[in-house]
Unconditional design. Structure first.
Length: 356
């Protein structure tokens, strides 16, 4: 019996030692600082910003590809917030940016860390498995439509800025009391020959919103209004409104109008039935060479400070806010092929109802 009790005591000690080593091992694993991009991307502890910043300082820089016009100014704000981390910026339109990022990726030349662009480019990159899904403590501030979901509760990208397509007008050329407030108002005889739209994807997306809200038949009725198709886009098209050459357009960007109005231009903007959100989303490359810096830049752009910067400094809207009008995301829920097909259809409709 004594021998049996002794053996039992030895066995209990042995089991307790195994449990102790298991607990210590688990605690050690949990306290281990993340090092790989995959670990960093999922890291959700309270010291995430500290971990990313300390790592980013050691890396020294982050390479950012973006469609944002004020990208260099934004980079300076980031660098001021995080001294010791410099931002190398490549700025281009969505298609050019996509082609550069994809060609480098397929050639295994891993240069870019963080990508910020519009939905078409992001969707194509996602399809090529370009992105590393990530977590951020700021995701809780954004509605589901502002996040591109990935497995495991992570996201491929988050909408960091928006500009809205609506009615833009020259106040010296039209009277505010007579302005269209709904899509139906665009058919009023008084607007015949006074409207113009740009020849780019933005106008096609607005046609998509009109089709969604009113149907193809309504869009075709606009042909009677003798709408001019201008070979200009973005800020260039906005200058035609500023000068009065284009009195009115239902494809005006809220951001461009706000910038011009701030400089004293006689222009105004408001939403119609739907305000198409020309959204920009931000994600990190699955092959980021500066993983800490890449994720730190992502977190900054979607943080409350980053969103405040976009709104107050650069007149962008936020995917995390409501503005009293209904936002519309034409690409939401579509595959890349489906969106491409619909965009082509909308472009055909656009050309059908306009004249050069």
């Amino acid at each position: 019996m004594a021998l049996e009790r002794s053996e039992n005591r030895v066995m209990k000690v042995f089991i307790n030692l195994i449990l102790l080593f298991s607990i210590v091992g688990t605690a050690s694993a949990q306290s281990k600082a993340p090092t790989t991009l995959a670990e960093l991307a999922k890291y959700s502890r309270a010291d995430r910003e500290k971990v990313l910043y300390e790592g980013a300082k050691k890396e020294g820089k982050v390479t950012w590809y973006t469609s944002l016009v004020p990208s260099k100014d934004i980079a300076k704000i980031f660098e001021a917030k995080y001294p010791g981390v410099s931002v190398e910026v490549y700025r281009a339109g969505g298609i050019e940016l996509l082609n550069k990022a994809l060609s480098e990726y397929k050639a295994r030349r891993y240069i870019v860390d963080t990508v910020e662009s519009t939905p078409g480019a992001l969707m194509s990159l996602r399809d090529e498995r370009f992105f590393m899904p990530y977590h951020s403590p700021h995701l809780k501030n954004f509605p589901e439509e502002a996040k591109e979901k990935a497995p495991g509760g992570l996201v491929y990208w988050t909408t960091d800025r928006e500009s809205y397509i609506g009615l833009a007008y020259n106040k010296n050329s039209v009277k505010s009391m007579d302005l269209p407030r709904k899509f139906d108002d665009l058919l009023k005889p008084g607007w015949k020959g006074k409207m113009a739209v740009s020849s780019d994807e933005s106008s096609a997306r607005q046609i998509g919103a009109m089709t969604y809200a009113k149907g193809d038949g309504f869009v075709r009725k606009l042909k009677e209004q003798e709408i001019t198709l201008q070979a200009a886009s973005g800020p260039g098209f906005n200058e035609l409104i500023v000068s009065g050459e284009v009195p009115l357009s239902f494809v005006g960007f809220s951001t461009n109008v706000a910038h011009a109005a701030k400089k004293g231009a006689p222009v105004g903007w408001h939403a119609l039935d739907l305000a198409v959100a020309n959204a920009g989303g931000v994600g990190v490359s699955a092959n980021a060479q500066h993983p800490h810096g890449g994720l730190l830049l992502v977190d900054f752009l979607i943080s409350p400070d980053g969103q405040k910067m976009f709104g107050e400094t650069f007149a962008y809207g936020s995917g995390a806010k409501k503005y009293g009008f209904e936002k519309h995301y034409p690409e939401k829920g579509l595959t890349t092929v489906e969106y491409s097909d619909r965009l082509e259809k909308w472009m055909r409709l656009l050309r059908e109802i306009t004249r050069k």
